[in-house]
Ligand binder design. Structure first.
Ligand code: BGC
Length: 968
């Protein structure tokens, strides 16, 4: 019999009162209509080892009923799930908080300490003040918050000179393998085992013959002189009773390996590798907690450290036992991994495998002592992002043999990752895998556009039967793999594509019905959208890279800012960009400019460029709009103001373009190249506008005012220089009008004429593009905003060069760097800069969501949004889109038949949408056949142009407009 049935309610209240616990109606009579799901902490689901001591909560509300709002919430946080369930929380009880907020809510309980395991749940009261059931319990744990929590030291292995291949002109060295063994105590049960690990370079940790965790390219790319991340893994299941083996394999990674175009520009820029250090190292600490309260720590430690102080070698403040003295000895050796480099590839000689090296009992007598490494200069922090993981296995769709013994596998799409090789043959046989994005006309692999990235993986067989190999510290951008040296003819399954990228969860999808009217092999826009997604995922690789294949792969700030909104429609990029915004700050130049890329391994002749440095302003603003994230704005604020001071100084008295640095302009435009200073000034003004908005969001009224004033002055100077009396711009180009209108630089009275001129220019250009990456992201949104929906759709459906469609009809499976990366007449563009996986020109994905499906943000974090689809001129019979926002799942689909339209929308509980239904009047609109005036959750707001606008509350609705476009 339960506690609840024995005691009547009043008595329960009295007992609880007596125990000092306030009665909470956990089992309320009226269960409210809301459901709290998708609980997150710092944007992550049940994160392990965070180091933020006031983490932020979010959840999503759902309801079977319409128009449900949250009137209040309560969060309970405890150190065990039991405490949550019996209502006696020990860390935080928020109490009933009157608020509709479900996101960015800060923890405000007891101080969180290192290693804590924390459980939480939430409930929400609806608009009738009925509480929901409690949500499922969610979890997070704290990492190591203090320097003194680290018992482990940094160790590495200096590869003996005789193992270095003197003829290897890339000077790639074998990877170190490090190992130790330890015994667990048998008298007590192991309750929990946790590993904390970081590396200079890349690590793979091994415990008892298995890999720890599913992350690759850890600890991620940062400016290691400023910060270096650690990862936390729960390994309770992997620790064995008694003897255990613990080890690590290291690789140069970004830390010491080849990065960017260092080798291609040898002599021009400062170095080609070793940008942060020459020697890899690892720091790992395995903590085992026993049921009897004992704790055992197995740490990376060198003999030298041990000799200096056998108990507390490098951390005199610590009171904890450092290591199991004699048992925990680390030794090192090389092994089968002879070369491993992100850009150059891997070489694995399986004859050199130290079988069983990562298991207890292995004879490591021939292994060497490890070397002590000094602490890296950067702070050691918990990784805040989403690590790279294996996402997919991709089977080849074809295998050809362009020359005898040379096989080419075609994976059907251009992605990032490696391949898994399966082979059987004689010991010493060498199979070479080369990766490429395209084929030459003779069917051979095109690799010229990879520049100095060797992108070659080599496997040497041990002859022991069926062998299988997956490279792990390298990746490539490719659609094709060339295999040579394979014993016999490889089966098509001998080489399987392994797609890898940061695990940004997909949250957006869009489908186009009836998209067949151009007569090609695949629906045009459907394929274009596929190409956008593929290219995004291939490039969101710890940082947003420009491309995944050539010797570049850097986080270019210009590309990221033009593409951000598309990326956020497609995937949850909240934690990914939270991490990268730190990189952007770390890369800020001493005089205030944001760098052209982050992290910044080397300085190019140029430091900063308009359009690129402005990413430092545009991105936090967009993140705030998308996720409601004010903390990011706070963290970024000083850096932002430094940047604006730099701009002001550089702009000088005329308030125009900041002088100096590089000026890339409308990068890779085909046709008229809009004046670069025009673009620079427009960005400067736009930054000021956004600064005012952000200052306001942060309650910095004075700063908001002064940024607004300066914006007006810069705008006036801009118009003085670039606006003609007839309302046209001196720069009469697609890019100029798109940018000036999007960046709010046009005087109101001329806005429409500016947009009309833009439409004219597009028509004069045969409805083809004449923009680079700066102009193109604004072009379609501006055309449709000012009533030129038809022209916007014409551009979208265009298949003549230059256009998006041109790449699609020429077989693109990804977004190309240039409009002319390949043309029928000219073939491949100059390979010195020609990537076939560059997301910037895919920024049209934003318009697909914001205008074709019509889903757009109104209030930060989608607490209020609009659904305003462009239906009339659409070349499709229907569209169906969904986007899971931070406030819940939004759906928008529509179908049209001659003059009528059906719109089905799904609005998350606790949000409001302005839904724009195309209709000649309110009388022709119904919802599931009902007169719109009587529909719960729907209130008429206004008529705007061709639309009747309704305020719609949470729920699912099916609107029908019987006269959508004209009076019958
Ligand atoms: C990169 C671009 C980048 C540009 C800046 C290129 O090499 O691939 O994406 O924005 O340089 O000029």
């Amino acid at each position: 019999m339960s506690y609840y049935s024995i005691f009547p309610k009043l008595m329960r209240v009295a007992i609880l009162f007596f125990l000092g616990i306030t009665y909470q109606p956990i089992f309320a009579q009226n269960v409210g209509a809301l459901n709290a799901i998708d609980l997150r902490v710092e944007y992550l689901e049940n994160p392990v080892g965070i180091d933020i001591t006031n983490p932020r909560f979010s959840w999503v509300l759902t309801s079977e009923e319409r128009a449900k709002k949250q009137s209040a919430y309560q969060i309970l946080v405890a150190s065990s799930p039991n405490l949550l369930d019996n209502g006696s929380v020990d860390l935080w009880n928020s109490g009933k908080v009157i608020s509709s907020t479900t996101n960015q809510i800060e923890y405000f309980g007891k101080t969180l300490e290192s290693r804590m395991q924390v459980y939480w749940k939430v409930r929400s009261w609806d608009n009738d003040d009925n509480p929901s059931e409690w949500s499922d319990i969610a979890y997070w744990s704290m990492g190591l918050l203090n320097f003194s929590d680290w018992e482990a030291g940094w160790i590495g292995f200096d590869i003996p000179a005789e193992e270095l291949d003197q003829d290897n002109d890339l000077e790639l060295a074998p990877s170190p393998y490090l190992r130790t063994e330890f015994e667990t105590k048998l008298e007590s049960k192991i309750e929990r085992a946790t590993v904390y690990v970081s590396a200079m370079g890349l690590f793979e940790l091994r415990l008892n013959g298995e890999r720890i965790g599913e992350d690759y390219f850890t600890p991620g790319w940062t400016d290691y002189h400023k910060r270096i991340y650690y990862f936390t893994y729960d390994v309770t299941e992997q620790v064995e009773e008694g003897a255990n083996a613990f080890g690590a394999i290291l690789s140069d990674g970004w830390y010491a390996g080849y990065v960017g175009y260092g080798r291609t520009l040898k002599g021009i820029i400062d170095g080609e590798r070793n940008f942060w250090g020459r020697k890899t190292g690892v720091r790992a600490q395995l903590e085992i907690e026993y049921a009897d309260g004992d704790k055992q720590i197995i740490s990376t430690v060198s003999d030298l450290q041990r000799r200096i102080n056998p108990v507390q070698a490098f951390n005199p403040q610590s009171s904890e036992k450092v290591y199991n003295d004699n048992e925990n000895i680390w030794v090192a050796s090389t092994g089968p991994l002879r070369e491993s480099d992100i850009l150059m590839g891997e070489t694995y000689d399986s004859r050199l495998e130290n079988l069983g090296w990562d298991r207890a009992g292995f004879d490591d007598a021939g292994w060497q002592p490890v070397t002590w490494r000094s602490n890296p200069r950067g702070v050691v922090e918990a990784y805040p992002g989403v690590p790279v993981q294996i996402q997919d296995e991709i089977r080849a769709i074809a295998r050809t043999e362009p020359s005898p013994g040379t096989y080419i596998f075609d994976f059907g799409k251009n992605f990032a990752g490696v391949v898994r090789l399966r082979v059987r043959g004689d010991a010493g046989t060498k199979v070479v895998l080369r990766y490429g994005e395209m084929l030459h006309t003779d069917g051979s692999l095109m690799t010229e556009n990879l520049r100095a990235a060797r992108s070659t993986d080599t496997y040497i067989l041990n002859g022991g039967g069926d062998e299988s190999w997956l490279p792990q510290f390298t990746y490539h951008g490719f659609q094709f793999v060339e295999v040579t040296g394979y014993p016999g003819v490889p089966e098509i399954e001998a080489v399987i594509g392994i797609a890898m990228n940061s695990s940004t969860q997909q949250v957006g999808e869009i489908e186009f019905e009836g998209d067949l009217n151009w007569g090609g092999p695949a629906p045009l826009v459907t394929q274009l959208f596929e190409n956008i997604k593929t290219t995004q995922f291939a490039n969101f690789f710890d940082v947003p890279t420009d491309c995944p294949q050539r010797d570049e792969r850097m986080g270019w700030t210009g590309d990221a800012q033009v593409y951000f909104r598309t990326s956020a429609y497609i995937a949850d990029v909240s934690a990914f960009f939270t991490k990268w915004m730190r990189d952007v700050r770390d890369a800020q130049l001493p005089y205030g400019a944001y760098s052209n890329y982050a992290p910044i391994p080397f300085q190019h002749a140029f430091d900063f460029s308009p359009g690129w440095m402005d990413g430092g302003v545009i991105l936090p603003y967009m993140l705030y709009r998308t996720y409601g994230d004010k903390r990011l704005l706070e963290e970024h604020w000083n850096s932002l103001t430094d940047f604006m001071e730099f701009q002001k100084r550089a702009a000088g008295d005329n308030n125009l373009r900041p002088q100096g640095g590089q000026n890339f302009g409308d990068w890779l435009v085909v046709g008229y190249n809009t004046d670069k200073d025009f673009i620079a000034s427009a960005y400067y003004a736009y930054d000021l506008y956004l600064m005012a908005e952000m200052a306001e969001a942060l309650g910095k009224a004075d700063e908001a005012r002064s940024y607004r004033e300066l914006f007006s002055e810069v705008k006036a100077a801009f118009l003085e220089k670039y606006l003609l009396e007839n309302g046209k711009l001196t720069e009469d180009s697609q890019t100029a009008y798109s940018m000036a209108l999007a960046m709010r630089l046009y005087p109101e009275e001329f806005e429409q004429s500016g947009a009309d001129r833009l439409a004219e220019l597009v028509i004069e250009n045969g409805s083809r593009l004449e923009t680079g990456i700066a102009g193109v992201s604004h072009l379609l949104p501006i055309l449709s905003k000012y009533g030129h929906e038809d022209i916007a759709y014409r551009l979208l459906m265009q298949t003549e060069y230059p256009s998006w469609g041109y790449s699609v009809i020429n077989g693109a499976t990804s977004i190309w760097e240039r409009w002319n990366s390949y043309t029928k007449e000219g073939g491949f563009m100059d390979p010195t800069m020609n990537s076939f996986s560059h997301y910037a020109n895919g920024s049209v994905g934003e318009w697909m969501f914001s205008d074709i499906a019509g889903i757009d943000i109104n209030q930060p974090g989608y607490t209020k949004f609009e659904i305003k689809p462009l239906i009339k001129e659409a070349p499709f019979s229907g569209v169906s889109a969904e986007h899971k926002s931070i406030s819940g799942m939004i759906k928008s689909s529509w179908t049209k038949h001659a003059n009528s339209v059906t719109m089905e929308v799904s609005i998350p509980a606790n949000t409001t949408a302005e839904v724009y239904v195309p209709a000649v009047s309110i009388d022709v609109v119904t919802e599931r056949g009902d007169n719109i005036a009587n529909v719960e959750g729907v209130v008429f707001n206004r008529i705007e142009g061709r639309y009747v606008v309704f305020d719609v509350q949470g729920g699912q609705y099916k609107f029908m407009s019987s006269e959508a476009f004209e009076r019958l």
